[in-house]
Design a protein around this ligand. Sequence first.
Ligand code: FES
Length: 326
Amino acid sequence: MRFAEHWMGCTVAALRDVAPSIREITLSPDAPVAPYPLGSHVNVGLLIDGQPQTRSYSLVGERQPDRLRIAVRLAPDSRGGSRAMWNLQPGARLEVSSPSSLFEIDWTRNTYCLIAGGIGITPITGIAGALKQREGIDVRLHYAVKSRAEAAYLEELSELLDDRLIVHASDETARLDFAATFAALPADAIAILCGPMRMLEAARRAWNDAGRAPTDLRYETFGSSGLLPTAEFRVRLKDSGAEIVVPQNRSMLAALNDAGYEVMSDCERGECGVCAIDVIAIDGEIDHRDVFFSDHQKQENAKICPCVSRAIGTVTVDTLYRPDAI
Ligand code: FES
């Protein structure tokens, strides 16, 4: 059960591989898209293994009313979304939600520290472009990648930012040192990050250790980036004891809703907390993939965001769904 959002029809207009495992997909909406915040994402409706599902992708580059660009990494460990997106051909039709952003960027600062990890570069491209056009703004982009050969949009970003682009390639042992990076920032600086969960956690720790205002670190992450492998697991329902299997290619939220245990949701990206449900017991391990709960709350394992988080083994939950009470 998801809060209402506006959907529109789009046609796949063009495909372009921007790295060996990253494909840019240009969509042509049926009607002009209203202005939206830079760094926005869209939800895309897909049929995966015969099941209707949605996946979220950030928009690349500058705003265009008649074009939406997304980039999709082919992830072997995914729940099937990237495979479905890579199978698209020009002319294919898709339902896409209106763009929206969770970054809430303060555009009045003088210093911006942009940080991207892998495919997290996608929303950062448009933000970097907009900041670069403004006078007197100090903007730097730290781009962490496995190798330069696998880095999407490297050439465009080099042209845009020149020496303000710092590439941290793992195969060059140039790892991003968050503590040193944040220590070098002036007091009014804001950091904007998009990357996998592990990166975000490291950045949040360093940001807090540096004594900076938590609200000056803005971020998005990918709900698919957990610390444990994406595998099938079981959910046991408190009271009834019913057990549901969550397949590798379905979210726990979808599996619960499919089985008739309705859970309210909104973002379905692990960001809003609307879907959070109580954890009663764990026989195995929970992989918290949300950015809603703090590290401390995740360690407590008292709640889980089933839209993105998963488990290994069996997790017993209370969805608070009581059909008799309705
Ligand atoms: S629906 Fe927003 S965190 Fe799950």
